[in-house]
Design a binder for this molecule. Structure first.
Ligand code: TK8
Length: 359
């Protein structure tokens, strides 16, 4: 299999970014698993599936979505094709979910945080320091508890298939190095103005840390930082790199404060137009793309941190004691939100986490 698109991706990346800095394209990522399974040779209709993404063409999310398209095309002799629209060009996460409801977009892969307006329990992922290791996080994503939350989209006009990894979120800003909550709050100087995802738990986290939190759609973050409307934001290293945030952010801190995943989802109207055999295939391909994306995201993240440093971002690593200070500062978030998210749900997730730690 030649994966021509991987080369196309590098070329597109180079062209798009030639106006900023010479870009080292992508890390040496694993090839996608070979496409297996029966090919549907019967003509069950022809469909073009439009997928909108918030992230750039260089992101693991984009690469895995292209793989999703390859699976569908190859297993339907080209009758199902996927067009991917990156860079929030069709809208932000919240807008694209509305477009799924009205049927003006077929698929999107938003963060869980804005999706809590459909399924409130997804806010469990917004709780800070809930998933301490990647191993625990992935065990949670694959658990019946987490998959059960996807069933709760029933009745919203959206069909949710699987989780993808976004990764551990890290703080960046353009003002000062941050080693402690006091550095966020500023004490003698003003607190950092930090963009948060559009979600009340995220807002609480940054309030608890003494920042001035400003909820904002992801697509507006770069220019808000460029114009100095906000001092900083928080996202995984891979997103910080593929969104060129290092061009406007001098400081990064490895806070790993939240692990919010993505959800791959489809408009129910599109779903209902598909033959049951195609429906089954879409569901399968979504899971295969999710597994590949999780692998890519893991490979990408460490590499991205090194790339950011090479491009001049000063990144502060935090030791366990420093992390504990952040954890203590956000305790009020649990007190405020745990009852509303569901104590039982949180306990179930914590149990999965502990089972991975005990191994
Ligand atoms: C992309 C967003 C983004 C998320 C955010 O559509 O908003 O900061 O991390 O990746 O979902």
């Amino acid at each position: 299999m030649s994966y021509l698109w991987k080369r196309t991706l590098l070329l597109t990346g180079a062209t798009l970014l030639s106006t900023s800095i010479a870009y080292a394209q992508t890390p040496d990522l694993s090839d996608p698993p070979p496409i297996q399974g029966e090919v549907i040779t019967e003509n069950l209709g022809t469909h073009t599936i439009r997928v909108g993404l918030g992230l750039a063409e260089t992101s693991p999310l984009y690469i895995s979505t292209r793989y999703f398209g390859d699976i569908l095309a190859e297993r339907t002799e080209g009758r199902l094709t996927v067009n991917v629209f990156p860079n929030s060009q069709l809208g932000d996460d919240a807008q694209m979910m509305e477009m799924l409801q009205t049927g003006t977009l077929d698929m999107t892969i938003p963060s869980t945080s804005p999706a809590t307006s459909y399924v409130q329990e997804l806010a469990v992922f917004d709780l800070p320091f809930l998933l301490p290791t990647r191993e625990a996080a992935i065990a949670v994503l694959e658990s019946d508890v987490a998959l059960g939350l996807l069933d709760k989209f029933e009745g919203t006009g959206i069909k949710a298939f699987a989780y993808h990894e976004n990764g551990y979120r890290q703080l960046t800003n353009s003002v000062r190095p941050v080693e402690s909550p006091d550095d966020v709050a500023g004490l003698d100087v003003s607190g950092l103005t930090i963009r948060t995802m559009e979600n009340p738990v995220q807002l609480s986290i940054w309030q608890a840390l003494g920042a001035n939190p400003t909820p904002m759609a992801f697509g507006e973050v770069f220019s808000a930082m460029e114009q100095g409307v906000i001092d900083g934001q928080e996202n995984p290293w891979s997103t910080i790199l593929t969104s060129n945030f290092h061009e406007v952010q001098d400081y990064g801190s490895e806070t790993r404060h939240v692990y919010t995943p993505f959800i791959i989802m489809m408009s129910e109207r599109t779903w209902n137009r598909l033959d049951p055999a195609y429906q089954e295939l879409v569901q399968q391909a979504a899971q295969e793309a999710a597994a590949y994306e999780i692998q890519l995201a893991t490979e990408y993240d460490d590499w991205a941190r090194g790339q950011l440093e090479a491009r001049g971002m000063q990144i502060t690593r935090l030791d366990d004691e420093q992390i504990a200070a952040f954890q203590a500062a956000v305790q009020p978030v649990y007190d405020q939100w745990a009852p509303r998210i569901g104590e039982d749900l949180i306990a179930e997730i914590q149990q999965i986490v502990e089972s991975t730690m005990a191994e």
